[in-house]
Structure formats: structure tokens, C-alpha cells
Design a protein around this ligand. Structure first.
Ligand code: NAD
Ligand code: DAU
Length: 353
């Protein structure tokens, strides 16, 4: 297949591109606007591969998106391009509404016109896969799990924009027959994640011996999935998922935020002990909570396990160690980002009175 991947220069998208080129024979067309969150250096291996093409295009730019479809005639779309950071959506929702909702609409509309022009066999095989988030389901209390039937109840501008785009994708399948599939995944972590997110931010703050900000009491719970497992799961959903269905993807690794930060501190104490011998945990600082902070996310992943045979291969202890080691070994990747793009300042308090 020739797969058009949107957002392939981002954290998860680059893992998907690397996985598709390394583990399959598919060709990849990466469509990415290259926002602050993108980095083509995450794709170094790919750039030289004859099965890889790059198009710098904004998915909201309909003529440009039409041009990409006309030039490359994809057999499938994996749509990951999005504004992805909850705190930034609190400070500036406009970009999230534009890219996540309008951009998804443009892609659906162009994909539909393309699909209608395919032969019967090609049209039957075509897929539009929307990569979404478990945040569309809102917050859980101490008990329970999100299933594919959990009603949507998003809390942030980010998650409501992703919920909107999921609804559009479902509508294009039910109304126009476009063969779509949706996946809703929990928190990803691993190499090449932009240092605004909790795990890379904590690792780099430890290295700089800066305060480690923990929102509220640190008791909020996330379910962590190693990004390379997510890339594998997405390939299964694209190639074997049933049209019109959605699949929840999780890591079976629920952790309180404070436990995640403490785990990173223990690894850093071993690999990069502080001068003077104090633990990195002494840098933990409880700060004002995120407005609208969802308490707990947890995935019931039985459907993707039973239908598509997916299970995570990396447990949290292995994945977090691997991630810390990766950041310690890749200063040349993250140093320019923290110097030029984002220096670690607190985001997401614009909603506070
Ligand atoms: P990211 O912020 O690291 O990367 C997003 C990519 O999209 C960037 O390369 C950026 O340049 C591109 N992009 C943004 N706006 C664009 C536009 N208008 N046109 C073209 N390209 C544009 O995001 P990520 O963490 O890799 O997330 C990828 C997808 O997976 C998103 O749709 C997100 O909602 C979803 N998701 C993320 C997580 C997570 O934990 N990170 C979990 C579940 C689902
Ligand atoms: O659940 C999937 C979602 O996971 C994705 O859809 C989003 O794109 C992705 O960004 C992520 O959202 P979160 O808000 O959960 O991720 P973040 O890394 O921003 O925060 C993780 C948790 O850590 C959250 O409860 C807020 C908290 N936090 C975050 C930061 C940046 C802190 O306590 N301190 C921090 O400095």
C-alpha cells in the first residue's frame, strides 16, 4: 500500500513512519505542516528510503491537500496531524479548533473525492484511519475503564476538538460510506517526544536540577503506552480493523503522576547522581492544578486484544528506563528544542481567574 500519514514529523507520527518503513513493505507519504512540535530529525533513517516522500502541507489548506492526493494517489490515510498538548489548548484553543476540527474536515472531504474516483477493488480496500485519544471519554473516578461504548464527555479544548473530529469521521462513514476506522489511545511516552509533555519535561528538568512541577497533589492517573507499541497497534488497526469501528488502545500501565515522576527520579539517581548526593526527588514541586484536570484515564483494551491480537510488549518499568536512557544519549536532539522552542515554562493557566 501507499499510506498517506499526516503528522509524521511529530512524536507518534514519526514512530509510525519508522515502523512502517522498517517492518512492512508499504510506501509512506508524510504530510506535515512542521509546527513547533515537528522535527524532521526524528525521521533521519526515513529520509533516505525510496519508499518515503515528504510534503510540507497544512491539512487546513484544501487545494494543497487535493494536490497531495492527486500526486500520490494513496491506498490509505493514517491521520495523526493535530495540536496535541492539553495545556496549550487552555492558553490558545483557536489552533486546536482549526487543525483538529477544520483540518480533519478538509482531509475527509478530499479523501472522499479521491475514494469515489477509485476502482471498485481499490475503493473496497481503501481506509481512512483517524488516530484519536482516550481523553474524548472525559474523566474516570477511582474505578472503571473506558470501553468503545463509553459516552463522549471531553473536558479540555484539546479533547473536545478531538471528540469533534471523531464525530466527523464517523459521519463521513455513515453518510457517505467512506471506509473509516478510529483508534482512541492512552498516554504515549518514549523517544522523540517534545519536552512539553510530563515525562520528557521531568527528565530534562532532572538533568538541569530544576524544579519538577507536579500538578495538584500528583494523584491523577494516566495509563502509559510505549510509543513503539502504539505504532504497531495502529498498523494492525489500519490493516485489520473493521470499517466503522473504533478500537481503544492502552498500556495496562496505570500510574499516578507522582509515581511516574518518582520513578524517573530513581533512574536518574542511579544513572546521573547529583553532586552532593541528594535525590532528584527533592526537586519535586507541587504546583497549581491544571484547570479542568481529568482525574483518571484507564483503558479496557479487550477489543483490540481479542479482535486484532494486540498486546503491549513493553511494560512501564522497562519503557521508562529505556526512555530516560534515550534522552540521556540524545542531547543533540532535545537541546535545540529547549533553547529555541520551549524552555519548560508553565503552560495552561490562562483559564484561571
Ligand atoms: P505531536 O504534537 O508530537 O505532533 C503533531 C504533528 O502534527 C506535528 O508534526 C505537527 O507539525 C503536525 N501538525 C500540526 N498541525 C498541522 C497541520 N495543520 N497540518 C499538518 N500537520 C500538522 O503529537 P503526537 O503526540 O505525536 O500525537 C499525534 C496524534 O496522536 C494526535 O492526533 C493526538 O491527538 C493523538 N494522540 C496522542 C497521544 C499522546 O500521548 N501523545 C495519545 C493518544 C492520541
Ligand atoms: O491520554 C492521551 C493524551 O495524553 C493525548 O491525547 C495528549 O495528546 C497527550 O498530550 C497526553 O495528555 P496529558 O494531558 O495526559 O499529558 P501531559 O504529559 O501533558 O500530562 C500528563 C499528566 O501529568 C497530566 O495529568 C498532567 C500532569 N502534569 C503535566 C505536566 C506537563 C504534571 O503534573 N506536571 C507537568 O509539568
Amino acid at each position: 500500500m501507499k499510506i498517506l500519514v499526516t503528522g509524521g514529523a511529530g512524536f507518534i507520527g514519526s514512530a509510525v513512519v519508522r515502523h512502517l518503513l522498517a517492518a512492512t513493505d508499504h510506501a509512506v507519504v508524510n504530510v506535515d505542516k512542521l509546527t513547533y512540535a515537528a522535527d524532521r530529525r526524528s525521521l533521519e533513517g526515513a529520509e533516505a528510503n525510496g519508499r518515503y516522500a515528504f510534503e510540507q502541507v497544512d491539512i487546513c489548506d484544501e487545494p494543497a491537500v487535493r494536490g497531495v492526493f492527486a500526486r500520490h494517489r494513496p491506498d490509505a490515510v493514517m491521520h495523526l496531524a493535530a495540536e496535541s498538548h492539553v495545556d496549550r489548548s487552555i492558553d490558545g484553543p483557536g489552533a486546536f479548533i482549526r487543525t483538529n476540527i477544520l483540518g480533519t474536515y478538509v482531509l475527509l472531504d478530499v479523501a472522499l473525492a479521491h475514494w469515489r474516483g477509485l476502482s471498485a477493488a481499490q475503493a473496497e480496500a481503501f481506509r481512512f484511519h483517524h488516530i484519536s485519544t482516550d481523553e474524548v471519554f472525559g474523566a474516570l473516578g477511582d474505578a472503571g475503564f473506558f470501553t468503545e461504548e463509553t459516552p463522549y464527555d471531553p473536558s479540555s479544548p484539546y479533547s473536545s476538538s478531538k471528540a469533534s473530529s471523531d464525530h466527523l469521521v464517523r459521519a463521513w462513514q455513515r453518510t457517505y460510506g467512506l471506509p473509516t476506522v478510529i483508534s482512541n489511545c492512552s498516554n504515549n511516552y518514549g523517544p522523540y517526544q517534545f519536552p512539553e509533555k510530563l515525562i520528557p519535561l521531568t527528565i530534562l528538568n532532572c538533568l538541569a536540577e530544576k524544579p519538577l512541577p507536579v500538578y495538584g497533589t500528583g494523584s491523577n492517573v494516566r495509563d502509559w503506552l510505549y510509543v513503539e507499541d502504539h505504532a504497531r497497534a495502529l498498523t494492525l488497526v489500519l490493516t485489520q480493523g473493521r470499517v466503522g469501528e473504533s478500537y481503544n488502545i492502552g498500556g495496562n500501565s496505570e500510574r499516578r503522576n507522582l509515581a511516574v515522576v518518582e520513578a524517573i527520579c530513581r533512574i536518574m539517581d542511579r544513572l546521573r547522581p547529583r553532586a552532593g548526593g541528594a535525590s532528584h526527588a527533592a526537586l519535586i514541586t507541587f504546583v497549581t492544578d491544571r484547570p479542568g484536570h481529568d482525574f483518571r484515564y484507564a483503558i479496557d483494551a479487550r477489543k483490540i486484544r481479542d479482535e486484532l491480537g494486540f498486546a503491549p510488549s513493553v511494560d512501564f518499568e522497562t519503557g521508562i528506563e529505556r526512555t530516560v536512557v534515550w534522552y540521556l544519549g540524545h542531547e543533540a536532539w532535545w537541546r535545540p528544542l529547549i533553547e529555541r522552542q520551549y524552555g519548560g515554562e508553565r503552560l495552561g493557566l490562562a483559564g484561571m481567574k
